[in-house]
Design a protein around this ligand. Sequence first.
Ligand SMILES: *Cc1c(COP(=O)(O)O)cnc(C)c1O
Length: 395
Amino acid sequence: MTFEAHLRRALDALTRDSLLRTPRVHESAHAPELLIQGARLINLCSNDYLGLASDPAIARAASEALLEHGLGAGAARLVTGTHALHRRAEARLARYTGKASALLFSTGYAANLGAVQALASQDDVIFSDALNHASLIDGARLSRARVLVYRHADPEHLAELLAAHRAQHRGALVLTESLFSMDGDTAPLTELRALCDRYDAGLYVDEAHAIGVLGPSGRGLCAELAVHADVLMAGLGKAFGCSGAFIAGSTELTTLLENRARSFVFSTAAPHALAAATITACDLVEQADDRRARLHMNALQLREQLTTFGYTILPGPGPIIPAIVGSPEAVMTLSRSLFERGVFVQGIRPPTVPAGTSRLRITPIATHSQAQLDRALEAFAALRPADGSIPPFHG
Ligand SMILES: *Cc1c(COP(=O)(O)O)cnc(C)c1O
């Protein structure tokens, strides 16, 4: 078989299973409405929770730094790529999260990949929530530590695994998201912390979706619950409206990551202009209580209405509203029908979520107007499962 034929066969299998993904192309700034193929669509599948992705103050901070210092960082951070703006952004993020130190990464994917790989090795064991993000899973694989998966958000199962396996390994790390990206629920962080203390394990918390959204001044779920994370990972591409990510913790932690996280060591530094934008974004996020209140009101309204219409909505405290549909085919049909009615929501399919739980992942943002939510709800009402547009979910 030729190489092209191999590719064709793989693509045909994806197409047959309704798993082929094709990004929609839009032509506007990232906003509550997007211009797609000449039509204005209400954007209900964004992680720009606070509506800062197209904020003019952040754009201005980036462009001023860009004009003053240029775009390229020129080298990896450890070579000549570390600019004063990177250090200033890291100090700002450390202050915001109440940690001694913070280290920037180019993306959240790179942060988890590099940090988990750096913090565990052959002799160690990693306990990982069953619904953790791909970047945590891949970091655990790269570390070559033994990986034990505990049932989603289930501290009792974790306790069983720790009791049975912790003692046979040198170091132990518990990996979890705080606000789960696809289910929109939260980790039992208080219980996880207690288990980590009891079994001498480090607690690694990915706050990609919670930073800016939950907790006092948006400092995340750890801050809300007053739980100490040994490793706090947070993204800058979601509520911060920028790009990149950081890991915060002790100075020992960030120094070790600087030396050992391969995605940090062997990768060109992010543009200094982005670090400048991050500082402005951090100021805005910290003071965004109004936006957070609007975000949560928008989410609450959508949750309540969609439940009334008969959608199967998973409960959760934040803006991630999963409407479970079931098969990839059914979810993509529903997504297309919504699109035709002016609402853009992506269908989420395996391997992002377990088979049989394909879903719409509906996310309002702080800057959606009531009129926009009303228009979206009209479309959802017209396609409600009670009318037989989508099969009921039996999970
Ligand atoms: C989005 C996300 C990441 C990756 O962040 P990027 O900056 O998009 O690479 C990591 N962890 C979780 C839980 C995420 O949702």
